[in-house]
Design a protein around this ligand. Structure first.
Ligand SMILES: [Cu+2]
Length: 222
């Protein structure tokens, strides 16, 4: 073998090594089936709960024709085996900071798992339960109160369930501002339930211009 030829051969061999190492990345192993089990392990087989961001080679053993393994998350990661196929597939994925979920498309609530990569953004605070309010209008007065009858002076943004008690056949009631715009007609008498989402601002309640004009109110929503 001539020297140039040997160099070319060595070079090709080196490129091959680099190519193999680059394509492999860190090994991950996904498994699903034959029952309702789904799991994701690292190179040593330990269940994955947290990974450093980077390139990974995910090999999935899909041992069922009723289930699949689907990995989804930030950075455009979205790879899956076929539900109807029994197969072993390898995917190259690049994980970034965030939360990832793996699941079976046929049973997403029953067969699922999650892990984080890097430093995920803080989870949004859990939504507070809906606040319950009672908005009452009679011929003489209008008021916004808690179910216990306490006048409402301030609210926080979020869900609200408002029981509207319209006791007047000649007056309507309206609620406006803070992302809400609802009203009853003047003729309406009865009870209505409004499910609304309050946003920061000022919630204004009142009635129509009929005399005597009822004093409504303004409630700050923060
Ligand atoms: Cu399934």
């Amino acid at each position: 073998m001539t020297l140039p030829r040997m160099l070319v051969t060595l070079g090709a061999f080196a490129l091959l090594l680099v190519g193999v190492a680059g394509a492999e990345g860190t090994q991950l192993r996904g498994s699903v089936g034959p029952g309702f089990g789904i799991s994701l392990g690292d190179g040593s087989g330990a269940a994955v709960t947290h990974l450093d961001p980077g390139a990974f080679s995910l090999t999935v053993d899909d041992k069922s024709d009723e289930h699949n393994f689907h990995l989804q998350g930030p950075g455009g990661v979205d790879v899956a085996t076929e539900v109807a196929a029994i197969e072993t597939k390898t995917f190259s994925v690049t994980l970034v900071d965030g939360r990832y979920t793996f699941f079976c498309d046929a049973h997403p609530s029953r067969m699922t798992g999650t892990f984080t990569a890097g430093t995920p953004p803080p989870a949004p605070p859990p939504a507070r339960p809906p606040v319950r309010l009672v908005l009452t209008v009679t011929a003489q007065a209008i008021g916004l109160a808690t179910p216990a009858g306490k006048p409402v002076k301030a609210l926080t943004a979020g869900a609200a369930v408002i029981t509207v008690r319209d006791r007047s056949a000649v007056r309507g009631v309206r609620l406006a501002g803070a992302g809400v715009s609802r009203s009853t007609t003047a003729k309406f008498v009865g009870t209505a339930t409004w499910k609304v989402k309050l946003s920061a601002g000022t919630l204004v309640y009142g009635s129509d211009a009929r005399k005597p004009v009822l004093k409504g109110g303004r409630v700050p929503v923060s």
